[in-house]
Design a protein around this ligand. Structure first.
Ligand code: LLP
Length: 457
């Protein structure tokens, strides 16, 4: 067996660029070499709270929030606001931390919006997105004074109806497709022209003219988003020019348009091979490009908004599993199964995403084999990691998968009627349950058995 190609876990941790680390900044080892997070032993957490278990390092989350705020303050001469794209991981506790750090929040459904409001996010810092918002979702946003990101004509029809008789104008952002290509998985590209999100660029002028005649609307700004898990800087620079052109058009038609929202998209490190720019580098590039684009068009600087999700919460999270069965297929693979899988992390089966994993109590033990780390779902594709170099291990050992803070819990399912894991937030030696584990019997909560079927069986 070759030497483990992974670097020593936690090596070269940079608290200033948390999205460039593979692991949370509070990760270290106890005297026996076992991994701890914020002073809490990972295998102790697994024993206490059960597995699979999502663990969020509050210090990393706060560090990423601060990195965005400080970078915006440093590199952008005007006002700015970083808005957490809560689709990455929506919970009351994460909302509370993000709100306390002074960020705003992007919600895309009534569920995310209610979580944000209940978690203490001030409504004036919330934006409601969505390419097919329901009347109920829009009404909830209006009721709380949340800014609505208008995505299409249907939004405008519904809003006009809901605003009939209203005296106060509704704050709106207008989303359009910027027509920018970038390199990421096809499913998570949104900026290219053939996208379901936002107005087509051809529609920009007609919709701006239409809005100029809507007394119920106040167009506060423009929005575009190019995609997710992006390592390139150039597409974000190009976006500034496209947005500034649109801003000039909108202001020329009489809209105040004080805000420019450049979306999210900055990537994180899932494996040693990933090399994303730091939050500071990304913000500097975006801020500089927006300043240049506005100055060259003679535009007053807008308030700069950005909407990071993954780079705020991804590295802050990890997942703990217990190792279970093993199957060796001579000449092929060795399958080692864990007690979770595609229901708590659908990213490998959906996007072919890669991750890094080690044993919680022996992270530095030499790898003795390469295994296929399988989930417990009834589906052959339910594989979390292929070709994982693994140290000698036994059933019951706790395995850590890093960088699962974004788009894992929020994309989870109950496939095979497997309950959703708990989430624990750790900070300065404390570990607190922030999302309780589902029980199998709770999964029956929404089933209804019609009377006529009751006698069956
Ligand atoms: N703003 C808008 C309008 C978005 O659609 C998204 C992500 C973001 C901001 C945040 O992007 P981020 O900073 O997280 O890249 N489920 C996929 C990712 C889907 C992203 C959807 N939109 C994954 O697991 O990779």
């Amino acid at each position: 067996m070759d030497a483990d190609p992974q670097p020593r876990i936690g090596e070269g941790l940079d608290p200033g660029s948390p999205n460039r680390n593979l692991v949370p900044i509070s990760l270290d080892r106890d005297g026996e070499g076992r991994l701890r997070l914020a002073g809490c032993g990972l295998s102790d957490l697994a024993r206490r709270f059960g597995t699979p278990l999502y663990v969020i390092d509050e210090a990393t989350l706060r560090a990423t929030c601060r990195a965005y705020r400080q970078a915006l303050d440093r590199h952008y001469p005007g006002d700015s606001l970083a808005i957490y794209a809560s689709k990455a991981n929506s919970s009351l506790a994460i909302t509370a931390v993000v709100a306390e750090e002074g960020l705003g929040l992007d919600a895309v459904s009534a569920g995310e919006l209610l979580t944000a409001l209940e978690g203490g996010m001030p409504p004036e810092r919330i934006v409601l997105h969505g390419n097919n918002k329901s009347a109920e979702e829009l009404a909830l946003a209006l009721q709380h004074g949340v800014t609505v990101v208008v995505d299409n004509w249907r939004d405008l029809e519904l809003l006009a109806e809901l605003c009939r008789g209203r005296t106060e104008a509704v704050p709106l952002l207008l989303r359009f497709t910027p027509g920018i290509e970038c390199h990421t998985h096809d499913y998570i590209r949104t900026g290219h022209l053939d996208s379901k999100f936002g107005f087509d660029p051809d529609q920009l002028e007609p919709v701006l003219k239409h809005l100029a005649g809507c007394r119920w609307a106040r167009l506060q700004g423009l929005h575009a988003h190019i995609g997710s898990q992006i390592f390139e800087i150039e597409p974000h620079r190009d976006l500034a020019g496209v947005l500034a052109d649109a801003l000039a058009l909108a202001r020329g038609l009489g809209h105040p348009c004080a805000d420019l929202n450049v979306g999210g998209g900055l990537g994180i490190r899932y494996t040693a091979a990933d090399d994303p720019p730091s939050i500071d580098t990304w913000v500097e590039a975006v801020a500089t490009a927006v300043v240049e684009a506005c100055r060259s068009r003679g535009l007053d600087l807008p308030r700069l908004l950005c909407e990071p999700g993954r780079s705020l919460v991804g590295t802050a999270g990890l997942t703990l599993y217990q190792i279970g069965s093993r199957k060796q297929v001579p000449g092929f693979s060795t399958y080692v199964s864990v007690d979770g899988g595609m229901s708590d992390n659908p990213r490998p089966i959906t996007y072919g995403s890669q991750y890094t994993a080690v044993l919680a109590d022996r992270p530095d033990a030499p790898a003795v084999e390469r295994v296929t780390l399988a989930g417990k779902h009834c589906e052959s594709g339910d594989v979390l990691l292929r070709d994982l170099p693994l140290a000698d291990c036994r059933p019951g050992d706790v395995l850590v998968v890093f960088a699962t803070g974004a788009y894992n819990a929020s994309m989870g399912s109950n496939y095979n009627r497997i309950p959703r894991p708990a989430t624990v937030m750790v900070h300065e030696g404390r570990s607190e349950l922030v999302q309780r584990r589902e029980r199998p019997d709770e999964l029956l909560r929404y089933d209804v058995l019609p009377e006529r079927l009751r006698s069956v069986g």
